[in-house]
Design a protein. Structure first.
Length: 290
């Protein structure tokens, strides 16, 4: 038990990052049916910009976070208007659009490596504080920050999609694209909001995890795959279910890595994905439809 509790806590911290990424996947998927395989690179971008701004340029940490979010938002917006819109206008198959997002992510990764560097860089913590200690539980300030930010992002998305006019309109687009357009909704603008939001939340995840793992131009792919697995396990149609899927995936990986090996921890993540697809294709926490 003394070992189990810290492992579960570490899994929740790690899974929170997967969950935020998973919610980014669901935001775009719900409005366009496109799986954005550049999602992990927005996490990478948040981490690398935090290094470039806070460490290399010496800017204040919270100003660096704001600027990192602005950079991610701009690139998320360009992905929508510069890549996805032209392909949709030409009625390209969904698979072509998905491949285009993958290519966009690779350009971001390679571009970051070329401009900032290809090493792994240290990033300062956003908040320095004492370690929470209770029995066998040890949770440092950065891990606690990650959990709190994940809760805040999840609640923020819930409020946005449940209580705001724009959020409700985006949900309408997801339910019925043509009907939403027939009601006079600006579908293109609403979809752009989902791209911007998904880029922003992923960049936040990168800024949160970078002080623990460091920032690297090539970190996005691994996190992106785990985030996608979390979205499928939790339920890709629901951003909140996707966050729960992320926490479950992170916990499985943490326990598997300790009790078996790091390689088995990775394998268990994808085994959970496979089992979910076979047993409950809509995801473990997806809402049942009438």
């Amino acid at each position: 038990m003394d070992t189990l509790i810290p492992l579960v806590v570490a899994g929740v911290v790690r899974g929170s990052m997967y969950g935020i990424l998973a919610s980014g996947f669901t935001l775009i998927y719900n409005s366009t049916q496109v799986v954005n395989f550049a999602q992990g690179e927005f996490l990478m971008l948040g981490a690398m910009l935090m290094y470039a701004l806070a460490t290399a340029a010496g800017l204040p940490i919270f100003l660096s976070l704001v600027l990192a979010l602005v950079g991610a938002i701009l690139l998320g917006w360009f992905l929508k208007i510069g890549i996805v819109d032209p392909l949709m206008a030409r009625r390209a198959p969904i698979i072509n659009i998905i491949i285009a997002t993958l290519a966009y992510g690779l350009v971001m990764s390679q571009g970051s490596g070329a401009v900032i560097g290809k090493n792994r860089y240290a990033v300062p913590s956003l908040i320095d504080g004492p370690t929470l200690a209770e029995g066998s539980l040890r949770l440092n300030s950065q891990g606690l920050t990650i959990i709190v930010v994940t809760i805040a992002v999840t609640l923020g998305l819930w409020y946005f999609f449940s209580r705001t006019t724009t959020g409700l309109a985006i949900r309408a687009v997801g339910y019925n694209f043509d009907a939403a357009r027939g009601l006079g909704l600006n579908v293109s603008r609403l979809i752009a909001v989902t791209f911007v939001l998904s880029a922003a939340v992923s960049a936040v995840a990168g800024a949160m995890i970078a002080p623990i793992t460091g920032a690297s131009a090539y970190m996005g792919l691994g996190y992106g795959v785990k985030g996608f697995a979390a979205a499928i396990v939790g339920g890709i149609g629901n951003p909140f279910a996707a966050v729960l899927g992320g926490i479950l995936v992170g916990t499985i990986e943490s326990l598997g890595s300790y009790y078996l090996s790091t390689a088995y921890g990775e394998a268990l993540t994808y085994l959970a994905l496979l089992i979910t697809l076979m047993v409950r294709p809509t995801g473990l926490f997806a809402e049942e439809k009438a």
